[in-house]
Design a protein around this ligand. Structure first.
Ligand code: TXA
Ligand code: MG
Length: 366
């Protein structure tokens, strides 16, 4: 960001029970008038702009360093407003809205009138989301406009789940940041294309493919980022969620195999002289600490974050991006993440971990 003109970033404290409503109103008015505002949601923090204001939307891309072909999600204070930005909602999508909206589900619909065209990066669809977070809902209602918002990170970096992360990337670049504490979910919303006859899952999140199928009674097609042909969700082709450290995955068919693989990877990296971070269930972290307890040289190079039981994927998800960022700041060279079984939130967790572990090529995503 060298050379960029710095502005003063004002932080508005908004814990759920004691929101600074006057501060939020000030930020909401500024957003409606063209300024960018960072606001909390239940998934990750968003960098918001008036979706009807082409100049404000352009500034989102500039500040994030986001490729112009990667469209933004339009945020609304409640589901009743979807019809103001989308031109058609198919009946099967209505059942999904009924059950999951507001919440961590983004729907890609046929685009309505009045939005800056850059919001959709030239596509004839628009992604829409109504957050369930009470502070997000209050703030969005105060703006009185549809709010285009990507995650509030510099492109390619892990999405921010705390205001501290937002400031690492955007301090001095936005006038207002609304702080409601750590995000609950910690991974970005499920993105589902419902612009056609059947739903297509573009990005896994807290609302799962199985839940979607059960609700709308239609099979969910899973978009394949590797497939050729037109890119359905431009965001999926970029490296995302990535710490500067190299990410290795401790995978295996059983919990015992995953634990063993994680322990082996960490030990091998420590023996090779690296500063190593590990993010794993508590049992794996304990096994590593036990294995190296007579090696003070290695103990000093290990940074560990344990998230409890393997089946507590909600806890693992909530801490993943925070762990990436804090380990980066501690100069860790290699982060070993123990794989989770790919059901429920585990599928979204593994999607982000695999992207973080993918090669450095193609950086510059969401
Ligand atoms: O949880 C979330 O979704 C957070 C919070 C702030 O709401 N937002 C977020 O935005 O993660 P972003 O910009 O980081 O990711 C948006 C994703 C990208 O993968 C983008 O390509 C996809 O949604 N997307 C947006 N509009 C689309 C469209 N019209 N068609 C297909 N994909 C779209
Ligand atoms: Mg993003």
């Amino acid at each position: 960001m060298a050379g960029e003109k710095k502005i003063e970033t004002r932080i508005i404290r908004a814990p759920r029970e004691a929101m600074d409503l006057a501060g939020m109103r000030l930020a909401a008015e500024a957003l409606a008038a063209g300024a960018l505002v960072v606001f909390p949601t239940e998934t990750v923090y968003g960098l918001g702009a008036n979706a009807r204001d082409a100049q404000a939307v352009r500034e989102i891309y500039a500040i994030k360093g986001r490729p112009p072909d990667n469209p933004l999600i339009v945020h609304l204070s409640h589901p009743g407003l979807i019809g103001t930005v989308a031109s058609y909602i198919p009946p099967y999508a209505e059942s999904l809205i009924e059950r999951f909206v507001p919440g961590p589900l983004t729907l890609v619909l046929r685009r309505g009138e009045g939005l800056a065209s850059l919001v959709s990066a030239g596509l004839d669809t628009v992604a829409v989301r109504c957050p369930s977070h009470p502070v997000a809902q209050a703030f969005l209602a105060m703006t009185g406009v549809p709010v285009a918002a990507p995650s509030a990170n510099v492109s390619g970096r892990p999405s921010p789940t705390r205001v501290e992360h937002v400031l690492q990337d955007l301090d001095g670049r936005v006038p207002y940041v609304i702080d409601a504490g750590p995000s609950d979910v910690g991974l970005e919303s499920t993105v589902l294309d419902v612009s056609g006859d059947t739903p297509i899952l573009l990005r896994p999140g807290a609302v799962t493919a199985l839940e979607i199928e059960e609700t709308c009674g239609l099979p969910v097609q899973i978009a394949d980022a590797q497939s050729t042909g037109p890119v359905r969700s431009p965001g999926v082709k970029y490296r995302h969620y990535a710490p500067s450290a190299t990410v290795l995955v401790g995978n295996g068919r059983s919990l015992a195999a995953r634990t063993r693989r994680t322990v082996d990877l960490v030990q091998a990296q420590l023996e090779a002289g690296a500063r190593v971070g590990v993010f794993a269930p508590t049992a794996a972290v304990q096994a590593i600490e036990k294995a190296i307890r007579h090696r003070p040289d290695l103990v000093g190079s290990l940074r560990s974050v344990a998230f409890g039981e393997e089946d507590d994927s909600a806890r693992a998800a909530a801490r993943l991006f925070d762990t990436f960022r804090s380990m980066d700041r501690e100069g860790v060279a290699v982060i070993v993440v123990q794989a989770l079984p790919e059901h429920g939130l585990g599928a979204a967790f593994m999607n982000r971990v695999r992207k973080a572990a993918a090669g450095q090529a193609g950086a510059g995503g969401g």
